[in-house]
Design a protein around this ligand. Structure first.
Ligand SMILES: *[C@@H]1O[C@H](CO)[C@@H](O)[C@H](O)[C@H]1NC(C)=O
Length: 118
C-alpha cells in the first residue's frame, strides 16, 4: 500500500515537472504577443543611416525590411567575414542562403533593433 502511494506521489511530481515549464513558456509567449501589439511605435531607420554601420565593429544588416545590429555576432559568425559583405545593406539573400541552418532564423531576433523606413 505504501509503495503505491510513493509511486503515485513520484508520478505526480514528475508530471508537475513536465507541466510547469510549459506554463512558463506559454506565459512568455503571451507576454511577447502583448508587447508586440502594444509597441506600435517601433524605431525605423532609413537606408542612408543604416549604410553608415558597415564595419566589423559596427555592423547592421537588413533582412526582410527589418534592421538588425549584429555587431556582437560578427566575430562569432561561422561563415567568417561573409557576414560583412552586406554590412549596412540588405542581407536577405545571404541570410536565407543554403549555408544557414534554420536555427539562425530564430537567433536573429535577439539582434533586432527596428524597421527599415520606406
Ligand atoms: C535618414 O535619417 C537621418 C537621421 O534621422 C537623417 O539625417 C537623413 O536625412 C535621413 N535620410 C533620408 C534619405 O531620409
Amino acid at each position: 500500500m505504501e509503495l503505491i502511494m510513493v509511486t503515485l506521489i513520484i508520478g505526480l511530481l514528475l508530471s508537475l515537472l513536465f507541466l510547469v515549464p510549459r506554463f512558463i513558456k506559454s506565459d512568455k509567449t503571451n507576454h511577447n504577443t502583448y508587447s508586440d501589439a502594444k509597441s506600435k511605435t517601433v524605431k525605423t531607420y532609413n537606408i542612408s543611416e543604416i549604410s553608415l554601420h558597415n564595419k566589423r565593429t559596427d555592423c547592421w544588416i537588413i533582412i526582410k525590411e527589418k534592421v538588425y545590429d549584429v555587431t556582437p555576432y560578427v566575430e562569432e559568425h561561422p561563415g567568417g567575414d561573409a557576414i560583412l559583405a552586406h554590412a549596412g545593406d540588405d542581407s536577405t539573400e545571404g541570410f536565407f542562403g543554403p549555408q544557414h541552418a534554420t536555427r539562425v532564423f530564430d537567433m536573429i531576433d535577439i539582434f533586432y533593433i527596428g524597421e527599415l523606413e520606406k
